[in-house]
Write a new protein. Structure first.
Length: 263
């Protein structure tokens, strides 16, 4: 008898949440094509879990926060797809991104898929902002041994794999309000400081000033945030402030060994 037709590859879209009631519906709606919608919640006190469940997601609650890497590993434990794509609760996949992602999965390529963003900040899409970085988000599930790291956690693969850039951008609602941005400023500055402390790097005010200033120039000027008016300026300023305070904290805070719980 002829060989059976190869089974269609399946996809898990996995999301970490904590008090994301305002954004989780749009996020999961953009991923309805997935074979498995998976949410690991860190103990939300709003309607995040109820909304995610109503959207057809499998929700698992782990309120014992131990860091981003641990929560991602918990997503891996519950994932069943041949491929797993990690989507943040403040992100949405547009039609072009969905089509490209599905095409990659259909080919069963043993690759790691990298994404870039189109930012939405302070109610404005930063259409002219050039993406600053490419982030690994799509994996062959069985190739991921686990995640490690304090912030911007990294996947540990069981074998080397080529990287593939997904051309269509992922829509990222990075900073909805100034209030939210101030909360993120504390969280990400301290996470960045903790990561650099583990790497035995030095900090201080001068190092922070240099890092913050160079980051502002990079984002506002060279990545064209200035073309997005006031929203582009605020976005660049908050990115620069995070860069400054992570090195200030590294120089003056002496207890940077613990992860920072999400807000």
């Amino acid at each position: 008898m002829p060989d059976a037709v190869q089974k269609k590859a399946t996809l898990t879209v996995a999301v970490l949440t904590l008090n994301e009631a305002k954004r989780i519906q749009a996020c999961l709606q953009s991923a309805q094509f997935a074979d498995q919608l998976l949410v690991v919640d860190s103990g939300s006190t709003d309607d995040t879990v109820a909304i995610a469940t109503s959207m057809g997601a499998q929700v698992h609650i782990y309120p014992d926060w131990q860091g981003f890497a641990v929560q991602r590993n918990r997503l891996l434990e519950h994932a069943t797809g041949d491929f797993i794509f990690f989507l943040d609760a403040d992100e949405e996949m547009g039609p072009a991104f969905q089509a490209e992602l599905q095409a990659i999965v259909a080919t069963r390529q043993n690759v790691v898929g990298k994404i870039h963003w189109r930012m939405v900040a302070f109610g404005h899409e930063l259409k002219y902002l050039r993406s600053i970085s490419w982030v690994e988000r799509l994996f062959v599930r069985k190739s991921v041994a686990g995640f490690t790291g304090v912030v911007h956690e990294e996947a540990q693969l069981t074998e080397p794999m080529p990287r593939l850039r997904i051309a269509a951008p992922l829509l990222h609602h990075s900073r909805s309000t100034v209030h939210d941005s101030l909360q993120k400023l504390t969280q990400y500055a301290m996470l960045g400081a903790a990561k650099r402390a583990q790497q035995k790097k030095s900090g201080g005010v001068l190092r922070g000033l240099f890092s913050g200033f160079s980051m502002f120039v990079r984002v506002y000027v060279f990545h064209l945030a200035f073309l997005s008016g006031g929203a582009g300026f605020l976005y660049s300023l908050f990115i620069a402030l995070e860069a400054f305070f992570r090195y200030a904290a590294l120089g003056y805070d002496h207890d940077l060994t613990c992860d920072v719980k999400r807000s």
